[in-house]
Structure formats: C-alpha cells, structure tokens
Design a binder for this molecule. Structure first.
Ligand code: CA
Ligand code: CA
Ligand code: CA
Length: 436
C-alpha cells in the first residue's frame, strides 16, 4: 500500500443520515441594507429596497414593494434532485385577496421556480389571522408574519427562484417582505427515520391521538380525511403531540391536504410546530380542481405538502389550523397521510471561525468535498454529542487514525491540517493565518 501524508477519508462511525448542503442563507441578520439585495434582480422595488420594521430589517416592505418581484438564479457544482426553500414572509397592511368582486386568484404572493408556479398565498387584513395580527410597521393596519417551507424538485446545476406579488401599485397601502431566506439541497443517501405514519388506511383510520376542536370527525373526500365538509371550518384545529423523539436536527413533516369547496384565495391552512408557524398553504388555483366531495364547488384534493423544519427538542407539537372565514358547509379543510421523520444530528463544517461563513452538514463517509462542489478551507467543525469522527491517514480506512470527538470552532495546527487534507482541501497553517 502506498504510504503518503494525504488523508483520504473522514469517516463518521455509527450512523448516517440526510446531508443538507446549504445553497444559500440570506437576510438573516437583524439589520441589513440594500447591499444584501444586490445579487437579486428587482422589479418595482422603490427607495431603500429594505425596510427597517420596528428594529429588524425585511427585504421589501412598506413603501418599497407592492406588485413587484425579486428573482435570483442559484448555481451549484453538483447535480440537484430537489431543493428545500424556506423563509419568513411578511404581508404588510391592506392585503385584500378574498372572494369579493371576483378578485380571487388576483391579489396574491407567488413563488416560481424555473418559471413554474409552485406556491401562492393570499390574505385579508379585515379577517381571521391577518385581522387579528398586530401592527408591525408601515400603515397602522395589521401586518402578518407567516412562513413558507417548500420542497421543490429541481434537476441540473442551476435553478431560478422568483418571489412575486400582484397587490396593486401602492406599497404604502399593501406590501410584502421577507427575512431568513434559506435554500438547502439534500445530497448523499437519506436514512432519516420515520417516527410517525398514520391516516393512510381507510380501514384503520385511527384519529384517537389527535386533539381537535371538532371532535375528531372524519369525512369522505372520497378517501377518509380528518376534518372536511361541514366539520372543519374557521378556527378548526387538529394537534398531534410527539415525545421521546430520537436525537435529530430536522423534522420532515408531510401530509395530504384537502381544500374542500369554495375556499377563497384569502383562506389557508397553517401548520405550527411548537407554537410557531412552520408553513402556510392555500388552495392551488393554478392547478386543476374537480368536485369530489362536500358541496357542488370544486375541491383541491390530495395536495402533498412536504415541510422541513429545523428542530432539536425530544418532543414536538404539530398543529394544523384552518384559516378560513366562512362556514364549514361552504368551505372546509381536511387531511390524511400524515407522517413525520427525523434526521439525526450530523457534524457541521464551517468555512470561517466561530461558526461563521458557509456551512455544510454531513453524515457518513465524506471522502472528497470537491465532488460536491466544496473548495473553501474548513475553519470550524461542530461535532454533536456522542459522535466520533475518524480521519484515516491511508486509503481504504487504513493506517494511522486520528479521532475528533469535540467541536472546535477555531481549527488550527494539526487538527486543521488533518481535517482539510481528509477533505482534499489543500491548506497550510500560513494560509490559515493569512485568511484570518
Ligand atoms: Ca402596518
Ligand atoms: Ca373564504
Ligand atoms: Ca365540492
């Protein structure tokens, strides 16, 4: 066997899990300015492009953007299967996307990926959740913070995301903004663990573990759903508690959503995790609907929602909340095929000291970061409790071993060299010092 000082593998002993590569992380600082938007193509963004909203910045916002868009193309050095997009969405002031005057499908916030619509949301500042929200900034009318979490199939090595809205021309009357914008892509194999899988089988449709304010009523659409016609109207909720979860860093929640009858574009279902909005979803008017249950109206059935939520606690409370504003005989919501999976914690590599720079979480064998498009030196490493990283000096996990059991957010000396060489990143101590 050839001896050499080039180290070939960084092997994680014990388990492997979903690897999430961070494609982008933007607008996460408490305060940021228009420079943060310089890589986006902006249409109809006025003034400073960023709003200081009562102590925190949002891209867009009151007096900045009403009908307008922000578009950006993201590129990776490896082939994609899909991406997870999540961000906080703010709907400021006089949003009005209800049925009134046939304005359905018009006053909406939308997301396009590669020119295909993948999401839309409306709101109504005089009703339900929006009306009950407090005033954050802009005009004195209420403003709503919500969250979007989308799993979108993408192939190739680049994709374009467009966030856009059609809500009129006056951003002093109604506007939108975003914060905490992340895109992750999953690489390597995924053996995340399914911890809950229920409401799949009509012959064994057990809703006893769900706490609801509609007595757990089940309807047919035509498959069984929890909630639905004449059952789950405005303010209906269904809550599922999970405990004794294995150690994890993400929850993957999926369900099949049924928007029954005359649901309008201001109506939605909101999924909360531990009391915080994880995702909000509307009936997809851009997809074909047919009448399959309830009244004569068309129904948006079997909308598969897949949500990724950063989560660490050993327990979780997942709440499905029906944000409609007309009676359950007119518009209602139900769901089935509910499942939850956890991704076990993985080490995280950082390109800057003190958990700064870009980051990459991985589990399992990681022989060559170049293969997935990574070329920056690693300056910090997070090692979850109970995990041990082993660097081997020779190929095929032979030769001298070096073991890393503790996080080090300011790598130097031998450990810095070993880790970077194991990842085939050429570094030396002088370069490290220069980069500081
Ligand atoms: Ca306001
Ligand atoms: Ca409605
Ligand atoms: Ca119907």
């Amino acid at each position: 066997m050839q001896k050499g000082y080039i180290l070939l593998a960084l092997l994680l002993v014990g388990f492997a899990s979903a690897n999430y590569y961070e494609v982008t992380k933007e607008f996460t600082l408490n305060n940021f300015d228009a420079k943060s938007l310089s890589s986006w193509n902006l249409v109809n963004f006025n003034g400073n492009q960023v709003t200081n909203c009562n102590g925190f910045s949002v891209a867009g916002g009151p007096n900045v953007v009403a009908s307008g868009s922000m578009t950006k193309t993201f590129t990776t050095d490896y082939d994609l299967n899909g991406v997870e997009i999540f961000f906080d969405l703010y709907l400021f002031d006089q949003w009005n996307s209800g049925w009134e005057g046939g304005r359905d499908q018009k006053n909406l916030f939308k997301i396009f990926v590669n020119n295909q619509q993948v999401y839309q949301l409306g709101s109504d500042y005089t009703r339900q959740l929006h009306g009950a929200s407090s005033n954050l900034c802009g005009a004195s009318t209420p403003d709503r913070q919500t969250r979007v979490s989308l799993s979108v199939p993408v192939t190739g090595r680049n994709f374009t995301v467009q966030l856009t809205s059609v809500i009129g021309s006056n951003p002093a009357a109604a506007s939108w903004g975003i914060r905490n914008f992340y895109i992750l892509s999953q690489q390597g194999y995924d053996n995340s663990q399914v911890v809950l899988n229920e409401l799949f089988d009509d012959n064994n449709f057990d809703v006893s573990k769900w706490e609801t304010n509609f007595k757990g009523a089940i309807t047919q659409c035509p498959a069984k759903i929890l909630g639905g016609f004449n059952v789950a109207g405005p303010g209906a909720y269904a809550t599922r508690k999970l405990s004794n979860l294995p150690a994890h860093s993400f929850l993957s929640i999926s369900l099949s959503a049924y928007f029954v009858d005359s649901i309008d574009s201001n109506d939605s279902v909101v999924i909360y995790v531990d009391g915080r909005v994880a995702h909000e979803h509307s009936k997809a008017y851009y997809q074909e609907n047919i009448n399959v249950c309830g009244g004569d109206w068309h129904d948006g059935v079997d909308n598969e929602l897949n949500i990724l939520v950063p989560h660490f606690s050993s327990s979780a409370e997942i709440k499905i909340y029906v944000n409609t504003d007309q009676a359950a005989g007119d518009e209602s919501f139900g769901f089935r095929e509910f499942s939850v999976a956890v991704s076990t914690p993985c080490p995280i590599l950082y390109t800057d000291v003190n958990q700064g720079g870009k980051q990459f979480s991985f589990c399992g064998n990681l022989p060559d970061l170049h293969a997935i498009g990574w070329t920056s030196p690693i300056k910090g490493i997070y090692v979850p409790k109970g995990i041990e990283l082993t660097v081997y000096q020779d190929s095929n996990y032979n030769g001298k071993k070096y073991s890393i059991k503790k996080s080090n957010f300011n790598l130097s000396g031998n450990e810095y060299q070993l880790i970077n060489k194991a990842l085939k990143i050429d570094v030396n101590e002088q370069k490290l010092r220069r980069n500081k």
